[in-house]
Design a protein around this ligand. Structure first.
Ligand code: SF4
Ligand code: SF4
Length: 275
């Protein structure tokens, strides 16, 4: 039976916890439309509803992210993900205090045990959940474009066994009228109009500049050096400092490139800010 009161209480609580967007979709519907095998009920068969939450990315960070001082923008992006994940945890506790079970998922964690698709499938596609929960549309750049913030918003999902009324999908097609600013802005040619996903092999070195593969390459390069002195010098270089920063702060492990986010005209005010 649909629980209307709980849905509005969760929405209000989520906003108090910092969510800028919230939407609801049934797992049965998601199972039917998810284009991969990573469906919600594969993750948790008793889940009935997926709650999608979004937190905006500050546009100051997006502006800085297209210049030379990108590290701070990467830090803001990582912190935005952390706050979003904290919000998901709090919503999970709120749902359980109301007599149902909840499973907050993580955003920013790469989970692909079979190592398909460069490891970049999460346990659930948060952007597909957000689109089906009526929060935006999957755009040409395959990120989700929202009316309020364009693509400058991160998403996470909380599964619950509570049956909550689903929201309607948005009737929103901003890319139809756009000449493809994201395509023009991408320096690696990773975005192709009409393609279901971006070309990840072209995007990932920029989007995850201190990600797993860079760490792997760094360790391999260290092991390949012939003597202790050259290894010592390698450890003292700035690559190691950046990798250390990524390990302790997450900086550069995700959201390392902001060019396609900055280029999208949807949801921007006159000074390039979001509402
Ligand atoms: S994140 Fe950067 S490299 Fe990746 S698609 Fe966007 S603009 Fe291109
Ligand atoms: S820049 Fe244009 S084509 Fe690209 S996602 Fe935004 S609206 Fe769509």
């Amino acid at each position: 039976m649909l629980n209307h009161r709980l849905k509005s209480d969760i929405s209000e609580y989520a906003r108090q916890q910092g969510a800028d967007l919230i939407g609801f979709v049934s797992t049965r519907h998601l199972d039917a439309v998810t284009p991969t095998r990573y469906t919600p009920t594969r993750l948790w068969p008793e889940a009935k509803t997926a709650i999608s939450i979004g937190r905006r990315l500050l546009t100051g960070a997006v502006a800085v992210g297209t210049g030379d001082m990108v590290q701070n923008a990467r830090w803001v992006a990582w912190r935005t993900n952390e706050l979003l994940n904290n919000c998901a945890m709090e919503i999970g506790h709120f749902v359980e205090q109301h007599g149902f079970r909840a499973l907050p998922l993580s955003n920013g964690t790469m989970v692909d045990p079979k190592w398909n698709n460069m490891g970049l499938y999460g346990e659930l596609s948060h952007r597909h959940v957000a689109a089906e929960a009526g929060l935006g549309t999957i755009g040409v750049a395959t990120y989700i474009v929202t009316p309020q913030f364009g693509p400058r918003v991160f998403f996470n999902t909380i599964l619950t066994d509570a049956e909550l009324e689903p929201d309607s999908k948005l009737d929103f097609s901003p890319c139809d009228q756009c000449p493809g600013e994201c395509v023009k802005a991408c320096p690696t040619g990773a975005i192709i109009r009409g393609r279901r996903t971006i070309k990840k092999r072209l995007c990932i070195p920029r989007a995850n500049p201190q990600g797993f593969m860079v760490l792997q390459d760094y360790i391999n390069s260290l092991m390949a050096l012939p003597d202790l002195e050259s290894r010592r010098q390698r450890i003292e270089d700035f690559d190691f400092a950046r990798l250390h920063q990524s390990l302790v702060q997450g900086v550069g492990t995700i959201a390392g490139c902001f060019d396609c986010l900055a280029a999208c005209p949807v949801g921007l005010g006159p000074k390039g800010q979001t509402a």
